[in-house]
Design a protein around this ligand. Structure first.
Ligand SMILES: [Zn+2]
Length: 441
């Protein structure tokens, strides 16, 4: 298939930009990309899809989210949420304890659909649901398969629901990672080992997690120093800081995703840097929970690769991009900060961080990369070119302007219609279940 008659932002190493371009997709990869006349001349017999001047760019990547929080939209919480611990206990941990496996799959379908509508083609999730642990990652994986979205999953290990559930959580992570390593899923499904956070994990539990992972993999997905409580509790109980403690367990590796880092110290940043462990920034979530602004600019100065997530605050990465810019700028009281960093985090670092888990590159449009891309109905009223597309991405584009989403060489949304499932039927079921769940929150 050749996508033709389009403006193309490639986001490749050379920052190639085509004002009148075409992309030849062979199977699930980009086989060629360039000026329309060149591509059409080279492959005259290929089927053509006329994009009628639309803007094309790589699919957006979300490096941290929580599908399980889908029913929270519009939900009221009766107990206090006046500090970070109460936000967890009274909102998120009450919600996730009420989820059945059917809910888990419904949450995945609705979140993935909204992600696809907003141009997200790869989503890295961190799941929790202590009363439906067994098979939960497989239920999310089924939803991803049905919709055709690329995803990486893990289960959030924690001591908060007792040892029996804890052991199931360890098993679910390992079963899922092994299934992904063994199954031929076309490189669409991946697994990491999920850990909630240092302050909800005992030494015994971390030992068990590490032992279970020894034969399998060394990639963890863990919240670090999101609230100050994580640092306080870790220092009080273990006499060291969060990243120091996880490093002592061998869990700070190149394949680990460290999430938030709001309260991390210089020494903790040095440990992340030493192991080339990426840090994932979730600006809206940090602001919403009022936990503070992580030292993102300092971390980047130290050479830590910072990527972008949403923490499920939104399913639109353009929202995160906009807020990353204003938060970093505002926090630094320096208008020269924020803009460049936000673009680097979303468009340079996140593709590099998440591509590492897959066989081919994502987040760039170049020969040999996976054909994960999006089109926009975007009619700019100022010049758009290779030097300023970042400004358009930040101030002009939003998820709502996405018209088509192609993942792994296949249209999964065309002209704003989700192709593979009946979206309205799924939404109707989700509304019915949410009403039931809300009675318990
Ligand atoms: Zn999170």
């Amino acid at each position: 298939m050749i996508l033709t008659n389009c403006v193309i932002i490639t986001n490749d190493d050379k920052n190639n930009f085509y004002e009148d371009g075409a992309i030849y997709i062979d199977g699930n990869v980009i086989a060629d990309i360039g000026d329309r006349s060149d591509i059409l001349e080279k492959y005259p017999k290929e089927e053509k899809v006329d994009l009628k001047g639309k803007l094309v760019m790589p699919g957006m990547i979300c490096a941290h989210s929580h599908i399980y929080s889908a029913y929270a939209r519009g939900m009221s919480v009766s107990k206090p949420t006046d500090n970070f611990f109460n936000v967890l206990e009274n909102q998120w941990w009450t919600l996730d304890r009420n989820l059945s496996l059917e809910d888990v799959k419904l949450n995945a379908l609705t979140t993935y659909m909204e992600s696809i509508q907003n141009g997200v083609t790869t989503l890295v999730d961190h799941h929790s649901g202590p009363n439906s642990v067994e098979g939960s990652l497989f239920a999310i994986g089924e939803a991803a398969k049905e919709l055709g979205i690329r995803t990486s999953l893990c289960y959030e290990l924690s001591d908060r629901d007792g040892k029996e559930i804890r052991d199931k959580e360890i098993k679910e992570n390992i079963d899922w990672i092994k299934a992904c390593q063994k199954d031929d899923n076309g490189d669409m499904l991946k697994g990491l080992f999920g850990l909630h956070a240092s302050f909800t994990l005992s030494d015994e539990t971390l030992d068990k997690a590490r032992e279970a992972m020894e034969e399998v993999y060394d990639g963890y997905h863990v919240h670090i120093a999101e609230g100050i409580e994580d640092e306080w509790e870790t220092i009080r109980k273990h006499g060291k800081r969060v990243v120091e403690r996880l490093d002592d367990f061998g869990m700070i590796t190149e394949n680990t995703l460290a999430i938030h880092g709001v309260h991390m110290s210089e020494r903790e940043m040095d440990i992340l840097k030493k192991h080339n462990t990426p840090l994932i920034f979730n600006p809206e979530s940090n602001m919403n929970n009022a936990v503070g602004c992580p030292p993102i600019i300092r971390a980047m100065e130290k050479g830590i690769k910072v990527g972008m997530g949403t923490d499920a605050y939104t399913n639109d990465m353009f929202d995160s991009l906009k807020v990353a810019n204003v938060l970093l700028s505002h926090n630094a009281c320096d208008p020269t900060k924020g803009f460049g960093e936000a673009l680097e985090i979303q468009f340079t670092n996140t593709p590099q961080i998440v591509s590492k888990y897959f066989d081919k590159k994502i987040g760039v449009l170049e020969k040999g990369a996976y054909a994960d891309l999006i089109t926009f109905n975007y009619d700019p009223y100022t010049p758009l070119n290779k030097d300023n597309w970042g400004g358009h991405a930040l101030f002009g584009l939003t998820g709502r302007l996405v018209n088509d989403t192609i993942i792994n060489g296949e249209f999964v949304m065309k002209d704003k219609i989700i192709l593979k499932v009946d979206q309205h039927e799924i939404h109707a079921k989700s509304i019915e279940r949410a009403k039931e769940i809300w009675k318990n929150v």
